[in-house]
Write a protein that binds this ligand. Structure first.
Ligand SMILES: [Zn+2]
Ligand SMILES: [Zn+2]
Length: 392
C-alpha cells in the first residue's frame, strides 16, 4: 500500500477550513470520483475511497484534533464505522450525504449496481447472488453455418411464488437485524499492544443484508427460492466452435431472498458431421467420382452444408485433385469473412466386377493410354512431400 496522503490535501482544503467547507469539499470529490461516473476506473475508485477516509476524520472533531496533533499515527485505535476499502461500506456510511447529491441525476444510489455484490436498496447492504448454471448445447455444422435460436428448458432455482422470493411468511416477519442494527456490518474490537484495533466485518446473523426473517415462508423454508424451470431462448451466432461459451446474464439460479440471479452459461459443442470435416472456418470433403467420370469429364454436384454447387470436372481428372470452393465454408464469428470448402477428388475404383466388365477392362488395359503417366507437376508434388518429411 502507498503512504497515506495528507487528509487536507486529499480533500483540497486548508487546515483552517470550517466544517461546512470540509463537507462541501468532500461532496465535490465524491461526485468527481463516484464509481457510477467512472465505471471500471480503479484510480477513481481509490480516490473515492481516500476521500471518504479523509472526510471521516476531518468531519469528526475528536479525530480531527488527534490528526492535527499527531498525523495518521494519532488515529490508531479509532474506528470509522465503515471499511474504507469497501465501497459498499462507504455507501452505507455516507449514503445520506450522497442522497441529495445524486438523486434526480439518474445516477442515484438506487440505480447503483453491477459491482462487488452491492447495489440497489436503500443502504447498499450485501446482496446475495444466485449461482451460475452451465448447460451444454450440441450444434450441427448446418446450425453453426447460419446461427440459430435454441429454446432450452432449464431446471433451476426460481423465486418462491408464495413469498415473492423474500423467504418470509409475511412482510411483517422481515425485521431489522438485531445483531448489526441493519447496517450489515459489525465492528470487532481487539486489544493489542498497540491499543484497541477495530475491524469491520460482514454481520453473520444476516449475512450482511441488514435484515433477518422471524417467521419463515413454509413453501421455501425461508430460502426465497424453490426448484423450478424456465424456458430460455438463446440466440447462437453463426461461426461458433466447439468449446465456446455464451453467457446469458441473469438467467441462472435465482438468488436467495431476492438477490441478483446468477448467469446461464451455454457451453457449445459440435456434432460430428457425416460428410464434412471442419478445420477453423474451412470445411473439408472427400468427393468420389467414377472412373468414367474421371476419364471423360463430368458435371458434378458437390454437396454443401446448405444446397449443392455445380462443378465441371475436365476429362482426365486425377484422383487427389483439390478443388477450393471459395466462401462455401463457415462464417467467422462476428465477422463477414467466410471460409472455403476444400474438396478432395477421389476416383472410385470398382471393387466388384461382373465377368463381362472384367473382360472389357482387360481389353482396355491393352491400350498404352491406360498405363499411368504422371506429368512433371505430379512428380514434383511427391518430391515436395518427400522433402517436407525429410526436413522434419
Ligand atoms: Zn417462499
Ligand atoms: Zn446483521
Amino acid at each position: 500500500m502507498m503512504a497515506k496522503r495528507d487528509f487536507y490535501e486529499v480533500l483540497g482544503v486548508s487546515k483552517t477550513a470550517t466544517a461546512d467547507e470540509i463537507k462541501k469539499a468532500y461532496r465535490k470529490k465524491a461526485m468527481q470520483y463516484h464509481p457510477d461516473r467512472n465505471p471500471g476506473d480503479k484510480e477513481a475508485e481509490e480516490k473515492f475511497k481516500e476521500a471518504a477516509e479523509a472526510y471521516d476524520v476531518l468531519s469528526n472533531p475528536d479525530k480531527k484534533a488527534r490528526y492535527d496533533q499527531f498525523g495518521h499515527e494519532g488515529l490508531r485505535g479509532t474506528s470509522s464505522g465503515f471499511d474504507p476499502n469497501d465501497l459498499g461500506s462507504i455507501f452505507s456510511h455516507f449514503g445520506d450525504l450522497f442522497g441529495d447529491l445524486f438523486s434526480g441525476g439518474g445516477g442515484g444510489f438506487g440505480s447503483f449496481g453491477g459491482f462487488g455484490g452491492f447495489g440497489g436498496g436503500q443502504a447498499q447492504k450485501a446482496v446475495r447472488r444466485g449461482g451460475d448454471l452451465r448447460v451444454p448445447v450440441k450444434l450441427t455444422l448446418e446450425e453453426i453455418a447460419t446461427g440459430c435460436t435454441k429454446k432450452l428448458k432449464i431446471p433451476k432455482q426460481v423465486p418462491c411464488q408464495k413469498c415473492g422470493g423474500t423467504g418470509a411468511h409475511d412482510p411483517q416477519s422481515i425485521v431489522t437485524c438485531p445483531t448489526c442494527h441493519g447496517s450489515g456490518h459489525v465492528v470487532h474490537q481487539q486489544r493489542s499492544m498497540f491499543g484497541v484495533i477495530q475491524q469491520v466485518g460482514v454481520c453473520s446473523a444476516c449475512e450482511g443484508t441488514g435484515q433477518v426473517i422471524k417467521d419463515k415462508c413454509p413453501d421455501c423454508r425461508g430460502k426465497g427460492t424453490v426448484r423450478g424451470e424456465e424456458v430460455v431462448e438463446i440466440n447462437i451466432p453463426a461461426g461458433v466452435a466447439d468449446g465456446m461459451q455464451i453467457r446469458e446474464r441473469g438467467k441462472g439460479n435465482a438468488a436467495p431472498k431476492g438477490g441478483i440471479p446468477g448467469d446461464l452459461i451455454i457451453a457449445i459443442s459440435e456434432e460430428e458431421h457425416p460428410v464434412f470435416e471442419r478445420e477453423g472456418n474451412n470445411l473439408y470433403l472427400n468427393y468420389y467420382i467414377s472412373f468414367p467420370q474421371a476419364a471423360l469429364g463430368a458435371e458434378v454436384e458437390i454437396p454443401l452444408l446448405h444446397g449443392r454447387a455445380k462443378v465441371k470436372l475436365p476429362a482426365g481428372t486425377q484422383s487427389g485433385k483439390v478443388l477450393r470452393l471459395q466462401g462455401k465454408g463457415l462464417p467467422e464469428i462476428h465477422h463477414r469473412a467466410v471460409g472455403d470448402l476444400i474438396v478432395n477428388v477421389v476416383v472410385w475404383t470398382p471393387t466388384r466386377l461382373s465377368k463381362e466388365e472384367k473382360e472389357q477392362i482387360e481389353k482396355l488395359a491393352q491400350s498404352d493410354n491406360f498405363t499411368p503417366q504422371p506429368d512433371k507437376k505430379a512428380r514434383s508434388f511427391f518430391t515436395r512431400v518427400r522433402q517436407f518429411f525429410e526436413d522434419k
